[in-house]
Design a protein around this ligand. Structure first.
Ligand code: UDP
Length: 324
């Protein structure tokens, strides 16, 4: 197969590209390097099976050609990261909605199946954990920028499902829960790479709020395996799937684990949300996925434990910073 990955120079996209090449597929990446990095795909450039375009997905001419040449599209290009969302909401809304519209329009022109990467933010601040795909969404007011991300990705989902229902375009929607692993950057807010970098540098670990909020982190290797399985499952077409880990951990516990695994003596500091993000910032207390639908159609289960992921991320951070 010839697979097109939008956002393929990003953290998840580059791992996906690597796995597809290893399975003997041809891979083309389109990425504008806004949050992705060329360094993520640099090791792949030598492969004759790998091609890339440093370009935005809203460039219709380029996207049209790439869509016509491929057999399947993974649409991962998006503005992500809570800090980025709060800082640049116009960019987030435009990138996510206009970008996805452009990808679906091009895909539909050539009838190419699309897997849309969505997010657990879709569920908003619902307290009905674990979250099932058909659950209600609970969002805060439009005056709180955080919710523009959830809303923009919900519009993407509506659009993809509409193309499926009305035009018969094969689409799959994957809602990713806190995906973590090497190459992820903490620059746009993500907690694990931030804690790892802080621990390795012996700098204070910045826990926002009281640290009792929890998440289920999923290793990128498990996420990529789920994405590959979904693409080859006919029953997945037209459906929405949660992809997430089973190990629920509070952010304070995460900080302690990172410190212990990195053998770091850095201190933990608590920072109020309004200082970390903005006045009135709303966080979710618990975020836990129900992945029974994914398991039923693909047999997928996560394999990599959080400690193993943290080990890999600590080793990667040390390598990047030349820290022993
Ligand atoms: N967080 C934190 N310190 C940081 C960055 C994030 O305590 O330096 C918290 C954040 O407030 C949230 C959790 O860690 O409660 C996960 O944040 P992230 O942005 O990684 O993902 P989210 O689940 O919020 O989308």
């Amino acid at each position: 197969m010839h697979v097109l990955i939008t956002g393929g120079a990003g953290f998840i996209g580059s791992h996906l590209a690597e796995a597809l090449l290893a399975a003997d597929h041809r891979v083309t990446v389109i990425d504008d390097l806004s949050t992705g990095r060329f360094a993520n795909i640099e090791p792949l450039v030598a492969s004759p099976q790998f091609h890339f375009a440093i370009e935005t997905i809203t460039n219709e001419t380029v996207l049209d050609r790439l869509a016509s040449e491929c057999d399947f599209i993974y649409h991962l290009a998006a503005a992500v990261g809570v800090e980025l969302i709060v800082r640049s909401p116009v960019h987030v809304i435009q990138t996510n909605i206009l970008g996805t519209e452009a990808v679906l329009r091009a895909a539909n022109r050539y009838r190419r199946p699309v897997l849309l990467a969505s997010t657990s933010e879709i569920y908003g601040k619902s307290e009905q954990v674990p979250f099932k795909e058909d659950d209600d969404r609970v969002l805060g007011p439009t005056t709180r920028s955080r919710w523009c991300y959830s809303t923009s990705k919900a519009v993407d989902e509506f659009l993809a499902l509409a193309y499926h229902k009305e035009r018969g375009l094969p689409v799959i929607i994957a809602r990713l829960f806190n995906t973590v692993g090497p190459r992820q950057t903490g620059q746009y807010g993500m907690v694990v790479p931030r804690f790892v970098a802080q621990a390795v540098a012996q700098e204070p670990i910045t826990v926002y709020g009281d640290g009792q909020q929890s998440r289920c982190f999923t290793d990128v290797e498990d996420v990529v395996r789920a994405l590959l399985l979904l693409a080859k499952t006919p029953a997945a077409m037209g459906n929405v799937f949660n992809i997430g880990g089973i190990e629920e951990v509070t952010i304070l516990e995460l900080a302690r684990r990172v410190l212990s695994l990195a053998d770091s003596t850095a201190e933990v500091v608590f920072i109020p949300y309004e200082k970390a993000y903005e006045e009135g910032f709303e966080d979710m207390r618990r975020r836990v996925p129900d992945t029974s639908r994914l398991r039923a159609v693909t047999g997928w289960q996560p394999r990599v434990s959080l400690d193993e992921t943290l080990h890999r991320m600590i080793a990667y951070a040390r390598e990047q910073t030349n820290t022993p």
